[in-house]
Ligand binder design. Sequence first.
Ligand code: NDP
Length: 298
Amino acid sequence: MRVAFLGLGAMGRPMAANLARHHETWVYNRTAAVARAHAAAHGTSVAADLAEVARGGPQVVATCLPTTVEVAAVAEQLLDSLRPGTVWLDHTSGDPQATRELADRCAARDVALLDAPVSGGTDGAAAGTLTVMVGGDGAALGRVSAVLDAVAGRVVHVGPSGAGMAVKAVNNTLLATSLRAAAEGLVALRASGVATSTALEVINASSGRSFATERLLPERVVPRTFPRTFSLGLLAKDVGLAAGVVRAAGLQAPVLDLVDELTRAAADSRGGAVDHTELVRMVEDAAGLELGGDEERT
Ligand code: NDP
């Protein structure tokens, strides 16, 4: 299929590279040099601007941008020029309500917008094993299954338009919750004299384990590497979107509200560009000690 992929960030670069192995793939990026480097490395074709994206007549448009605001801005320029029947896969972790509104505008042009946010991080994007949670029309999803297969290990149709975004927001709020809670618990254990790797060995063979304890803490915090793969600002955005999902359902969620407040405050104080594992460093700083590092070597 002919696919146009818009947004070559930490996730978009490897996703578009995997697409190019199976489909004719055009790439567009706000910073054009990134698209040119992608073409040189992965054999994709560069669209210099959104007009060129439209001229290419893609059957599938894929976006992976920071928020729904940037996606809507792209739609302003692109939507009227897309061919009827185009399927638009939005891999952005976006706002459910704004996505529904955009999907309605797309439908009026006979373009099917599917929210298709992803989970699995930059490793999963490189390996082509992402989990994709799709909201929107099932028939349109069927038409693009070959495209999603190039980037995903699992594709789940979770409901109507916006449902994929809602699931993603809640998922990432659970990530923020477990990361923050694990940091608080491990810091308390460290202050009580238990080495972090020892505590993790037990927790990861017990019922308190999570992605944070199984992957993030042992791979990024204990060795003190904190690689930048997923920004704290984007995580704070996702947690805020989950708070909106709770409000829209007319419910109360005091734990999620607290995590929203803490994650937003962390992004405000450390800056949104740092990796999301900076949440752990904030807990360490407040306690005046570090998890892992020298402690593991003594
Ligand atoms: P990055 O910040 O690495 O990349 C953002 C991309 O969006 C870049 O290509 C950037 O272009 C482009 N962009 C930013 N602002 C604009 C704008 N105003 N107009 C047009 N293009 C713009 O983000 P990620 O790749 O990490 O994340 C993308 C989405 O995927 C987010 O919604 C995020 O929450 C989600 N996500 C991220 C994961 C991760 O591990 N990183 C995992 C799962 C989901 P430029 O090069 O010009 O800056």
